[in-house]
Write a protein that binds this ligand. Sequence first.
Ligand code: 1BN
Ligand code: ZN
Length: 376
Amino acid sequence: MTKFLKYINKVTAVSILIMLVNLNILIVYSANTSHHEQNSSLNSGQILLFNEINAYNHISSQLDIGFRVPGTVEHDLCADWIRNQINSHVDSVLTHNFTIQKEGQSAYECQNILGKLNTDKEKIVILGAHWDSRNVSEKDYIDRNLPIPGANDGASGVAVLIELARALSFSTTNLTCQVWFLFIDAEDQGYTNGMYGIQDWGYVEGSPIFVENIENFYDPSEENLECFILLDMVGGTNLTFIKESRSDDNLHNGIFTEGRLLGYNESFPFTPKIMSINDDHIPFTELDIPVVDLIIDFLYGDWTHHHTHSDDLSNIDPESLKITGRTIESFIKTYYSNDSNQTWKESDYGFPIWGYSLIGLVIVVMATVIFLYRKK
Ligand code: 1BN
Ligand code: ZN
């Protein structure tokens, strides 16, 4: 009889343990879902005009121009093409010319291009993307000394920016901010795997010079920089964004929440990989504004074409362009419209998911300890 009772005791304890584990899973799951519901008032009734086929064609056009490597004719032709494209959608287009010359090397003429939309507003949201493409394909097995097409790494960000300018240009009367479209030069010629894109260059050479000179581009006594959002490698297949570790938490959460509200849960995961990436958003932190790098895990992730010849149109997915473009369009319309009183700056994400998980784990461990103690 006592043996039977002990057996029953054991079965009960194991059942309780299983129930606790299930409860933990349930708590974490429901925390996830309520997180969704908490923000469901965002983004209601938005008409989104971003068209992914236009964006895809903009990538194709850049690849048709050729390799956008500083110091080449194709580079300058592409700058003219960007100015032409953006010009029809924005109030003004400015060119920021600068020279890069490393010690003992020749000088390269470079240019950042800035399109400004809705310039009578005080707040400025900056959307950025680099437009140069890498001069070498050091991660390929063949022809490492030849340039990459840069369909994703370069052209995708530019394409989304141009199409966003078109999409947002229809809403200027309702928008409460300026939107700057910043096409950044000289981002992708640094040193990896024993090779420079251009001898002695670092990555991210163009954006620090723009930030140094930003007072030439706006009037700080009348205008305010709100935030900087960088789009880099946003058009590849299997789009899954990471959390870049120096990106602002609230801005990151605001954009990811917007993406998930549009149904793009795979691209904007609840628990993204966290990685530190040296990119064009870093210099903008000097201005004490929130920044985000919207980028994939190009080092270990599913999209394996980084700095290879296969970074071409065949590895671009229009759906990824749509996901990125619509999310940013929706983010801007949600937070910067006349009829909006919402802010992404104090996003209340409640008790963190890992907190629920930890509490559950502590309960399970305590129950196990009590069970083992009683068994003794
Ligand atoms: C990001 C995308 N970068 C270039 N294209 C910068 C970088 C390259 C950062 C290699 C880390 C490693
Ligand atoms: Zn690159």
